[in-house]
Design a protein around this ligand. Structure first.
Ligand code: OXD
Length: 318
């Protein structure tokens, strides 16, 4: 390992535009260098001490001799992990803590939009069709949130505010404030059975790939809906199309895909009763400012030898 510098240089990959400008203003005395592309990444990785990034190139960590901190720009760290070639002493931090209230507002907005039949109403408007789309009250129905961390709890609070009962699924199954009931992942069928709304919020790890498949979708209540704001790969899209066409699902709002952007030929674009958004559930005009705040905080902590915030447990993957 090379000797760490007192004031680490921060490298941003790729060019994170206004965030770099803001980081320079808020970290006077710290050099912030932009790595524009993958070729440049390979050239400089040996000198990088702090990396500020969303999707870094893979397979190059063995050369990252000076690296101390990877500060991710979002909650998910699936674009880095697993990283067997990344030295153990490198800390990975995420940006959890800056997603609320906007992400919960987004989830509530999608739940209401699907419940009110907005995709169908928009189609009708385009066709100049004045037909009623009627729906029962949302209050009194039951939602299940897969993932009961900070963001899940924020979503639960808003869903409860419109009269929903909210159950949760988490790794530990521990009772969590804001949830009526929480079960472990292996008991998820107990809460999914007859659920009216499913919100997917778990991180993408080897354990969660395909977590929501045909079995999980088949037991939902007739006329149910699914909102996916997690990562592509957690909800099985073949199973989802089956559940929308032949199973109990009435509608879905999908913000995340694998790959992204969703390719133009993907059949999901044309699926009736599906709302597609371009991975924006957490984003608001304030997100980037808060994100720079997390970077600034962690760089100052690193410089002062204080504990970092939002440290990822590499074994768990979040
Ligand atoms: C995140 C995201 O990981 O927005 O935070 O996808």
């Amino acid at each position: 390992m090379t000797t760490p510098s007192a004031v680490p240089v921060v490298h941003a990959y790729p060019d994170l535009g206004p965030m770099v400008v803001s980081a320079r203003e808020r970290l006077p005395g710290t050099e912030i260098v932009v790595i524009p592309d993958e070729a440049a990444f390979a050239e400089v990785i040996g000198d990088v001490e702090v990396l500020f990034t969303f999707r870094p190139p893979t397979g190059q960590w063995a050369a990252a001799d000076a690296l101390r901190l990877i500060q991710m720009t979002g909650a998910g760290v699936d674009s880095v992990l697993p990283a067997p070639d990344l030295a153990e002493h490198v800390t990975i931090c995420n940006a959890v803590g800056i997603h609320l209230p906007e992400m919960a507002e987004f989830v509530l907005g999608m739940v209401l939009s699907l419940h009110l039949g907005v995709p169908k109403l928009v189609d009708q408007q385009r066709a100049h069709d004045w037909s009623w789309v009627l729906h029962p009250a949302l209050a009194g129905r039951r939602a299940v949130i897969l993932g009961t961390g900070k963001i899940g709890a924020g979503c639960a609070e808003l869903l409860r505010a419109v009269g929903l009962r909210v159950d949760g699924v988490s790794r530990s199954g521990s009772p969590t404030e804001g949830f009526d009931r929480v079960v472990t992942v292996d008991r998820r069928m107990e809460v999914l059975e007859d659920a009216d709304i499913v919100v997917v919020l778990v991180p993408l790890t080897p354990d969660t790939v395909g977590l929501v498949g045909r079995d999980e979708l088949a037991v939902l209540a007739s006329g149910s809906q699914l909102v996916d704001v997690s990562r592509g790969g957690i909800v099985d899209h073949d199973a989802l199309r089956w559940a929308l066409r032949e199973g109990p699902l009435a509608a879905a709002a999908l913000d995340v895909f694998d790959p992204e952007p969703l390719p133009a030929h993907d059949p999901m674009w044309d699926e009736p009763n599906v709302l597609i958004t371009p991975h924006i559930a957490a984003l608001s005009s304030d997100y980037f400012d808060r994100l720079v705040g997390v970077l600034v905080d962690n760089v100052e902590r690193l410089r002062d030898g204080r504990p970092l915030i939002n440290v990822i447990d590499r074994g768990r993957g979040y």
